[in-house]
Design a binder for this molecule. Structure first.
Ligand code: PGA
Length: 236
């Protein structure tokens, strides 16, 4: 079965021209895995591509007086099939578990698959049991009154994001740790898929993908066409 590789471009690239170039270089490549691109909102509606698209966030109301927000109902008009929800960079700005839960429900009500990120608040020296307890609390809140089978979870230990090297900060072999945690989430919460995210790149992607991990949420490495193309053409 194909693994799911989701590109989280965050607030990049700087110009729409660069975004077009990047998406063209990716779409020309014959991917062996299932690819989804999550560009910034302003580029989403303009990018002409056959690649599947996702949003990096969304609001839980469909319309109304909510300055600066973008709804799932708006997104789905632009063929957006996925929405990253609860990313640690948003939680760091104050997003709560309750808001994450409202967003997950709104995504599903609009037939958008939520890519629910968990792992904010973790530190690299926590034992697996402590990590599991922390994630359990986050997941119970985010999945309250939600059908978990329709949700994709991304395990993104916050300490591993944007370091450039997910092995650096952890003594144990990170892919083994990631696999143990992903399996825990899949078995305990019965979600559709569990991805890993945090400094995955062309050098380490294979080591995650050959384990029982359903795919990757890729940040920095998804902005370099050549490197991202290496990841999406991996053979497992
Ligand atoms: P990174 O980001 O791959 O640059 O660490 C992953 C993410 O934040 O989704």
């Amino acid at each position: 079965m194909k693994k799911l590789i989701i590109a989280n471009w965050k607030m990049n690239p700087k110009s729409f021209k660069e975004a077009e170039k990047l998406v063209l270089a990716i779409s020309k490549t014959k991917a062996t895995q299932h690819v989804v691109i999550c560009p910034p909102f302003v580029y989403l509606s303009l990018l002409k591509t056959k690649l599947e698209l996702g949003a990096q966030d969304m609001f839980w109301q469909n319309n109304g007086a909510f300055t600066g927000q973008v709804s799932a109902e708006m997104l789905k008009q632009f063929k957006v099939k996925y929405a990253i929800i609860g990313h640690s960079e948003r939680r760091a700005l104050g997003e709560t578990d309750n808001e994450v839960n409202l967003k997950v429900k709104a995504a599903l009500a609009n037939k958008i698959t939520p890519v629910l990120c968990v792992g904010y608040g973790l530190s690299h020296d926590m034992a697996d049991e402590e990590v599991m307890q922390h994630l359990q609390n986050q997941l119970e809140a985010a999945l309250y009154a939600v059908d978990p089978k329709k949700v994709i979870v991304a395990y993104e230990p916050v300490w591993a994001i944007s370091t450039g090297d997910p092995y650096k900060t952890k003594n144990i072999e990170n892919p083994d740790h990631a696999e143990r945690i992903c399996m825990f989430v899949r078995i305990k919460f019965k979600v559709a898929k569990v991805l890993y995210g945090g400094s995955s790149n062309a050098l380490n992607a294979q080591s995650f993908l050959e384990r029982q991990i359903d795919g990757l949420l890729v940040g920095g490495a998804s902005l370099k066409a050549e490197e991202f193309n290496q990841i999406i053409t991996i053979k497992i």
